[in-house]
Design a protein around this ligand. Sequence first.
Ligand SMILES: Cc1ncc(COP(=O)(O)O)c(C=O)c1O
Length: 369
Amino acid sequence: MSHRFIIPLSYNAIETDVLSKLLHQYTNRHHDDLIHDFEKRLREMTGSPYVVALSSGTSAIHLGLQALGVGSGDFVIVSTFTYVATVNPILYLGAIPVFVDSEATTWNMDPGLLEQAIDGCIRQHKKPKAIIVVHTYGMPADMTKILAIAKYFNVPVLEDAAEAIGSTWNNRSVGTVGRVGIFSFNNNKIITTFGGGALLTDVREIYENTLHWATQSRENLPYYEHAELGYNYRIGPINAAVGLTQLDMLKEEISKRRSIFEGYQKLLPELTWQLEPSGGISNHWIIAGILRSDPEKARKKLEENRIETRRLWKPMHLQPFYAHYKSFINGTSERLFEKGLCLPSGGQLSDTQVESISVIINRNPKRFN
Ligand SMILES: Cc1ncc(COP(=O)(O)O)c(C=O)c1O
């Protein structure tokens, strides 16, 4: 646990006993079995026929885009309201991001603006090569509308479900809805491997290519042969072992976070929250609200009480590094950045702690103006 904060934003305890018990089961077995078993569990849990466990969510996006044929000079449409790791891999491949703003309900990609963005690319005589849809803070995007548009224009969808393992859309795991999906298992995610990610797909060729590229593109020969560029992107066996122990806790963690969310909703009626789209259920990885007042003042006040909160994403189209790319904007992501605050959301949070946090936010709201 962070020393600075008594109440962290989201925290995963190291269950050393559970981990050591699991590792004992693999004594004298090949360590790759841990990775294969982790992938098997992810396949069973998500229903995805193919899963590759990787070193990070970022590497999964990188290889996922490459598998969709994204290359130099291609347009990739992407949510502007996200963490920078969604977007950087577009540039790794020499492609060009086109940013799309959020809808006010889910805070995810606005389907109307997506359509405009695709039109904009086509008018430049270049149909986008892919759409990256982010399920922000675990909230599923409106996949019904987004998939209909993607299908109409015949552009593949990569779901950045880095934050959304366990969330569903029409009873399907997010990450299995687009042609490619990715998860992150970094330290603060709802399920951690202390660094890791996964790529999910139902296309065998994408699976085989991803696995190949992630292991230095080494050919299946008795000597070292490489016919194309490769990466060292495979997950480590100990990380996979941690993942195996964490997956057992996912359901319980989601139900705890859901009830924490309900607690905040009751105690903070003035805040506006992310709303689930029709057919979507969130894992509530991070519970965030829009304040009527300045979130920075609330954040500082909570920090004085050693409670960790964070501002919402600063949209990519406002980032110094990305501001010059084309964007389709409606003001939502800018408002989320200006007024939003991510609240402590970890499953270990007690009712009393939720109350204390809410009291601090509610107290003298004028002081936060
Ligand atoms: C939306 C989003 N995309 C991608 C990533 C990248 O995942 P990783 O940190 O595992 O590379 C993260 C998390 O960091 C994320 O929150």
